[in-house]
Design a protein around this ligand. Structure first.
Ligand code: NA7
Length: 541
């Protein structure tokens, strides 16, 4: 019998990096097919995104009953969600339940941050090292590192001299932060800032929000999961899941078939008013063309701006909060609970850092080009080096020792978001070039995991030990991803992280696939059915 250390250095079929939604399901699927697999996870528990993002107000923006796995009927029948939008602790409980229910922990090594992964061309294996100096090897490597897991921390001169504590929302201390009586600064008004700001305002002595880009936000209308609704969902899960898979973005709701400008203004406003009252991301579905026609989008944008004007009492603050530089929903649209209302509090101040940029941090606070703000504590809700960041944080080297960092110097290039030419036997779950962040993530993840599992099964059954996409396939897919984006308004949001614009120096490439989840899945299935066209498959050397 092998010891654990010997086992870890022996050749495993598959190494999976990350134990969030993607890594857990990948492990489960691989086991079901009889592959040996080990998951390496940087945290000391499962959960991925939901392990790290413990900031105040952290909550999912998809609804609980469908932001969940569909692969196991008993699991979806037994789990009881308590709220319309699950809070971070509830999702973390769910993922821990999944890990226990399917006995996944025994193949997960926690507290292992993978530092490098090198393909051994002669042996057709990947060799990985962790920050603790351990070595792991496997024939195949699957990254399940998440799309939004590499923190984007602004390089503010003097931050090291700041006397108070500072935190990034995606690396939140597990013991929490006590803001009572403190002068708190929050930088960033994306989904995270918009969730955190109202909750921090409740506790802080004074809150100063540093906003670079005003954002659209729709009320979430969160509430308890009604038992009747829960029952109805469970009785109809098959249909709900089918609808998710057949949709553009993995949500089980209908998108209106009517163009916004095809209805009279009064009726259009009534449609928006009803969607506003219902709340949530479904607001985007009010009309068919909100993401493809700028004039249509303008009507939604103006409706939201009017709501902000109605809600925020101080007209100067309201004016600052009006999003104008990008069409509605071309950046991931936040949903909120009392976000705009929070600016009516006496103890909350909004600072426009586009008008007066942050110049430096001092020992006592932040200084912008026009004023100094004394602070006891600073919260960076400044987002992530999205999609490519989590992959490039690992020194990944493919055939001939070529670094992924160099290959992607001008932006990511993949085939189906699943593979990179020159990096055999490496699969990237929800990688750039796949629908990923434009969809409800568990749905996108399950599609990827199932495809990868079937692919590995196919290789094994034919005695093939290597799969590698070609330059030509990646080139063609990149062009397709680009044209799909340009059929929408999405590239118009110039400061969007979809484009990498939030990270200084990052190449501007529209990264997710905007052609829709259902169309994408169909394409992946056709690729497989045609014998993995676009991939070179080779037997053992
Ligand atoms: P986002 O959506 O990237 O938002 C980050 C926010 O931080 C956004 O308002 C940024 O302004 C702002 N930001 C970033 N860097 C700076 C600097 N240097 N100075 C001032 N302000 C800055 O990240 P989130 O965490 O909110 O959301 C990520 C996703 O998680 C979300 O879409 C959901 O899918 C879940 P900018 O707009 O770039 O001008």
């Amino acid at each position: 019998m092998m010891t654990m250390a010997e086992q870890d250095t022996a050749l495993t079929d598959v190494l999976v990096v990350g134990a969030g939604f993607a890594g857990l399901y990948m492990l489960h699927r691989l086991r079901g097919l009889g592959f040996s697999a080990t998951v390496l996870e940087a945290g000391d528990g499962v959960g991925g995104t939901w392990y790290w993002n413990r900031y105040p107000g952290a909550r999912c923006d998809s609804e609980s009953y469908y932001y969940s796995y569909s692969f196991d009927e008993a699991l979806q029948q037994e789990w009881e969600w308590t709220e319309r939008y699950p809070e971070q602790p509830e999702i973390l409980r769910y993922l821990n339940h999944v890990a226990d229910r399917f006995g996944l922990r025994r193949d997960i090594r926690f507290d292992r941050r993978v530092t490098d992964a090198v393909f051994d061309h002669d042996a057709d294996t990947w060799v990985l090292h962790t920050d603790g100096g351990e070595r792991y090897a496997a024939r195949f490597l699957v990254t399940a590192v998440g799309c939004l897991s590499s923190a984007n921390i602004p390089r503010i001169p003097g931050l090291e001299t700041f006397g108070g504590g500072w935190f990034h929302t995606g690396r939140w201390p597990h013991e929490g932060v006590d803001f009572s009586g403190l002068r708190v600064g929050v930088v960033g008004t994306g989904s995270t800032g918009i969730q955190a700001i109202p909750v921090i305002a409740e506790h802080a002595g004074h809150l100063t929000v540093f906003q670079r880009t005003a954002n659209y936000s729709i009320p979430a209308r969160n509430g308890p999961m009604e038992p009747g609704f829960q029952r109805e969902v469970k009785q109809n899960y098959d249909a709900i899941r089918r609808k998710q898979r057949a949709s553009t973005n993995g949500h089980p709701f209908d998108v209106s078939e009517r163009p916004a400008l095809s209805v009279p203004e009064e009726e259009r406003r009534a449609v928006y008013a009803a969607a506003w009252l219902r709340g949530g991301l479904r607001f985007r579905a009010a009309f068919a063309d909100l993401l493809t026609d700028k004039d249509a989008n303008d009507t939604a944008a103006e409706f939201i701006r009017n709501k902000i004007r109605e809600t925020v009492l101080d007209p100067v603050t309201a004016e600052r909060l009006l999003p104008r530089d990008h069409p509605f929903a071309t950046k991931r649209p936040p949903i909120d609970t009392d976000y705009f209302e929070t600016y009516n509090r006496e103890d909350v101040t909004l600072v426009d850092v586009r008008e007066s940029p942050i110049v430096e941090a001092t020992s006592t606070g932040l200084r912008t080009s026009s004023a100094e703000y004394p602070l006891d504590c600073l919260v960076f809700a400044t987002g992530f080096d999205a999609l490519t960041g989590p992959l490039l944080d690992i020194d990944i080297r493919g055939a001939g020792g070529r670094a992924l960092r160099d290959v992607w110097a001008d932006g990511p290039r993949t085939y189906l978001g699943l593979q990179v030419a020159g990096f055999p036997n490496l699969f990237t779950i929800t990688g750039p070039g796949s629908p990923s962040v434009l969809t409800n993530m568990p749905t996108a993840i399950e599609q990827h995991v199932d495809w990868i599992a079937e692919c590995l099964n196919h290789l094994r059954s034919r005695g093939l030990t290597r799969i590698e996409t070609t330059d030509a396939a990646a080139e063609a897919w990149g062009a397709h991803v680009n044209s799909a984006a340009h059929r929408t308004l999405l590239p118009m949001a110039e400061s969007s992280w979809y484009l990498g614009a939030n990270v200084p120096g990052k190449p501007r490439v529209f990264m997710p696939y905007a052609g829709g989840l259902a169309a994408y899945a169909r394409h992946c299935d056709e690729v497989a059915a045609a014998g993995y066209v676009g991939f070179a498959l080779t037997p053992a050397l």
